[in-house]
Design a protein around this ligand. Structure first.
Ligand SMILES: [Zn+2]
Length: 569
């Protein structure tokens, strides 16, 4: 064994010991060495002996001695650790300079924001944070046909709920004059032309990789046609096309659309404009003039990268770095408007906040915490493989947030009546959380109780059950109603320990249980279960929107005084 490796082992041992009250262990150091120095994997026996010797020596040192050796020999170990947690999952940005990174989130206000939007917003905003840069929200509103103020507002509300902050907020339609100026520049340099072919002719030419007759028009004619687009031409009769390459393998490059005519009223600028830039034109120009250095969007736009670069090259404008990430969807919870809208119209789904949907409003209503969404998305990182995550994956993150703060309450479904005789207590106090100090609640009781139907099925005459927080009951009668004698504190081993609700103050609510919306391609007709259940009166004291755990049932969110939504187990 050479001295370098011995030094490395000593360094690891000192560091580990120092972090763990002065003691380290052979197997921890062995693991670290084999992890970082694969060449030793075939020499485990030899290296183990060396480790064992060094660890024994290091463990004999006092913490002070360990610290002074680290200070002298390995001062790099004492430097404050960088905030690795924030970077979790996200790789470094190419060509990024601290303080100079500009990213943006450019949603189109043509629908309600969903988990896919959350991913784009979070990744772009995390990158700006990572580099102390600037983050822009840009409403990409250049298709008045599809866009509405309603969606614009919903996106802003959703982002606010996610806790995402922007350094600048703008709309793409703010820059219409810039688009016109750049469009004319392209026409005047012969890099764009007005095409008046019919739609199917354009598609045919694209398929056959042939130029159309308009592409031979001179600049003067193109300028005249551009003016006509403002008045004479009807929507669909003329478009401006970028002179790409009709022979290109990337179909996006086959003379794509830069501008088209839309006569619909725009939700903020009204009917001031009728020539609107296409998505590619808008993104190219906006990212460049907004100073965006790194533009991330989802993978389905990957083929458009070449076009966006080509537009900016043709205009001699600055090009941002373009990165891509996979789309995020939950299994059985489609995000597409084409799928969700008809379900709402047919009444199969109540609205965009229906808890079966992956919209931000629905997730919030279901009891998913924004912090959990952020952690979940960061855990996925920047993988390009498409993510069709099971909803459970998000649940695991959410559980960590709701568990600590959710009050535990009793709720029974398919209630059965239980009469308890010889009960002298008139009230009982039960802690709101098993571990955290979240106070207690007092429940008034008499002989009448409700227990859940599921528990009732397992109860036989003569056996004892434990009513949680109250005491044991010896069952004397079973059937459509149950009866028993109060025993008090008794042996609780091997007897059912069940929740209950006092009949005299039981509060009836509707429990909404969302399930997977689609099984494969098929709509799940049983995707929403509704139960009439009894809960304790304390439910009425909870704030609307508060997350609770119904004991032995799962986490739920209070939707109203009369309705709760099941979040997850
Ligand atoms: Zn044409």
């Amino acid at each position: 064994m050479d001295d370098d490796i011995k030094k490395e082992i000593r360094k690891m041992a000192l560091q580990n010991a120092f972090e763990h009250d002065g003691q380290t262990q052979d197997k921890i150091i062995l693991g670290k060495i084999l992890g970082t120095k694969p060449e030793f994997r075939t020499k485990v026996k030899e290296i183990s002996e060396v480790i064992s010797e060094i660890v024994a020596l290091v463990n004999q040192l006092s913490s002070e001695e360990q610290q002074s050796e680290i200070e002298k020999e390995f001062p790099e170990l004492l430097k404050p650790k960088e905030k690795v947690e924030e970077k979790e999952g996200l790789p470094d940005l190419p060509g990024a300079e601290q303080g100079k990174v500009v990213t943006r989130f450019p949603p189109e206000p043509n629908g309600y924001p969903h988990i896919g939007h959350a991913k784009a917003a979070i990744i772009n905003s995390e990158y700006a944070k990572m580099y102390g840069g600037k983050f822009i929200l840009r409403m990409d509103d250049t298709n008045p046909e599809a866009e509405r103020m309603e969606y614009h507002a919903a996106i802003k509300v959703g982002l606010e709920w996610l806790g995402i902050q922007f350094d600048q907020v703008k709309s793409t339609s703010d820059d219409m004059e810039v688009f016109y100026e750049k469009g004319k520049e392209l026409i005047n340099s012969g890099k764009a032309y007005v095409c008046t072919c019919k739609r199917d002719e354009i598609s045919k030419n694209r398929r056959e990789r042939k130029d159309c007759k308009c592409s031979f028009d001179d600049i003067e004619k193109n300028n005249k046609n551009w003016d006509k687009m403002n008045e004479k031409f009807k929507p669909g009769e003329a478009i401006v096309r970028f002179r790409g390459d009709m022979k290109a393998d990337n179909a996006v490059m086959r003379d794509p659309v830069l501008f088209r005519i839309i006569d619909e009223k725009h939700y903020t600028v009204g009917d001031k404009y009728r020539i609107w830039p296409s998505y590619d034109m808008a993104v190219a120009i906006e990212d460049s003039i907004d100073g965006v250095t790194h533009a991330f969007r989802s993978k389905e736009f990957e083929l458009r990268k070449e076009l966006i670069d080509a537009i900016l090259d043709a205009l001699d404008m600055r090009k941002p770095y373009q990165g891509f990430f996979s789309r995020l969807e939950f299994k059985g919870m489609p995000i597409s408007k084409r799928i969700i809208k008809p379900l709402i119209e047919e009444g199969k789904v109540s609205w965009y906040d229906d808890p079966r949907l992956p919209t931000l409003e629905a997730l919030r209503r279901r009891g998913v915490k924004p912090e959990a969404i952020r952690k979940f998305i960061m855990s996925l990182g920047l993988t390009k493989a498409n993510t069709l995550a099971p909803f459970d994956a998000l649940e695991a993150f959410n559980r960590k947030f709701v568990d600590a703060t959710s009050k535990r309450l009793f709720m029974v479904s398919h209630a059965k009546k239980l009469t308890v005789n010889n009960l002298s207590l008139t009230a009982v106090e039960i802690p709101n959380h098993p571990v955290n100090d979240m106070g207690k609640r007092k429940i008034e009781i008499d002989s009448g109780f409700y227990i859940s139907g599921e528990d009732a099925e397992t109860i036989k005459e003569g056996m004892q059950i434990r009513l949680l927080g109250l005491g044991n009951v010896s069952i004397t009668k079973v059937g459509s109603e149950f009866e028993g004698d109060f025993v008090g504190d008794g042996d609780t081993t091997n007897i059912p320990k069940i929740q209950w609700v006092s009949e005299k103050n039981a509060h009836e609510i509707k429990m909404i249980i969302p399930k997977t919306l689609f099984n494969g391609e098929e709509f799940n007709e049983d995707s929403l279960e509704e139960l009439d259940v009894y809960t304790e009166p304390h439910y009425l004291q909870l704030k609307e929107g508060e997350e609770i755990q119904f004991v032995r049932f799962g986490y739920c969110r209070k939707d109203s005084q009369n309705q709760a939504i099941f979040t997850h187990k």
